[in-house]
Ligand binder design. Sequence first.
Ligand code: CMP
Length: 138
Amino acid sequence: MTERTLAILKPDCLDKRVQGKVIQHILDAGFEIKAMKLTKLTEDSAKKFYEVHKERPFYGELVSYMTSGPVIPLCLEKANAVADFRKTIGATNPANAEEGTIRKMYADSIERNIVHGSDSPENAKNEIAHFFNDSDIV
Ligand code: CMP
């Protein structure tokens, strides 16, 4: 069954100018891009997006990093999109990511890990709605 997930190409992805390569990797993995934009998160928006992590020691740094430069959120669609996208990007910590995954190829650290992917279909719905209205999705 077709499913949607949210990806965010993070500030380090754009800093390294590899957003084109990462988007091609996502397309080659079979995902349809249903919505995409270039934007910059405000502090309030980043805090809200990562609210589930607010008690974690890295929350402050995560918010300041995610607001440090432009990002590219994408709504992606495919069968089993949530789990398959997490496989495509690899482990949160690139040191543990499998060969051929986006994080293994491009990420430097757990903080600067190039890309975000929703971790459940329910979170995916909320995360897509954080960035896109229904009318933005083609
Ligand atoms: P992401 O998939 O965007 O979801 C939450 C983010 O928090 C995660 O990617 C990492 O970038 C970051 N993160 C998770 N664990 C840690 C950690 N132990 N230290 C620093 N950042 C972390």
